[in-house]
Design a protein around this ligand. Sequence first.
Ligand code: FE2
Ligand code: FE2
Length: 287
Amino acid sequence: MSHIVSPDLVKDRIERLPLLSATASALLQLLQREQYSQAEVVRLVETDAALTTCILKVVNAPSFGLGQQVHSVARAVSFLGDKLVTAIALGNCAHQVYNHALGGYEGSAGQLWEHSLATAIAAREFARLMTPPVPLGLAFTAGIVHDIGKSVLSEFLEGRSQSLLETLDAQEIEDFALAEAQALGTDHARLGALLARRWQLPEPLVQAIAYHHTPSRAAPPWQGLCCAVHLGDALAMCLGLDTGCDALQYGLDDLTCATPDLSPAVMDVLVFTVHHEFQKTRTMFFG
Ligand SMILES: [Fe+2]
Ligand SMILES: [Fe+2]
């Protein structure tokens, strides 16, 4: 019996997901520019009442530890930083994507959000090591959005994940994304890129989503970015911040292994930084 998912069904599911808010979209566009000012970020946030409320709530939460009330968006943005504001905009506006349980991956609610945040922080750290340089803000945002395809594919994986894992165990196939493609006719990276195009995300983000498991196949200008996300994704999974049954079921792309200097000393510092940053940010959100 064929389990191949019909492209029409996929299209239907993608169209049913909410569109990214105009503010989140504009923030993503802004952050991928070489130069922008914090005033531009503030102006965008101020036009969005829901986002303004959310940001003020985060910055005034006891877990943020400011010990003073913040009432202005400008001050809130300066405390949080542009990247975190964008992460909040995405997590807030697209909560249907990030916060529902990924049943097909045997993941719980919120797990995709935590994995995405850890990948974003790690991708930013790997981006610092890339030659030619990869913009840090872009690497962070790409990390946040890299697995959005799972929110669509999860439904089609329901009840099938164990048989996919068995094909991996039997070494018939070496990568969970390949197992998805073999069983369903598509994988979460491909679906994510479709969703990203519907959301009109900037091209580098579409590339990072499409090729986060296979950076050597990305268009040359975006290979460094895709490598940073690829490594960030792997590190997030090594730290136990995964999305469920596909944890550590992906290979490392040869191009990625060859790119940055990943000596044990460099990795030690990197793991510590990512773990520390992640805990700090999670506490900010959830107390
Ligand atoms: Fe992935
Ligand atoms: Fe991932």
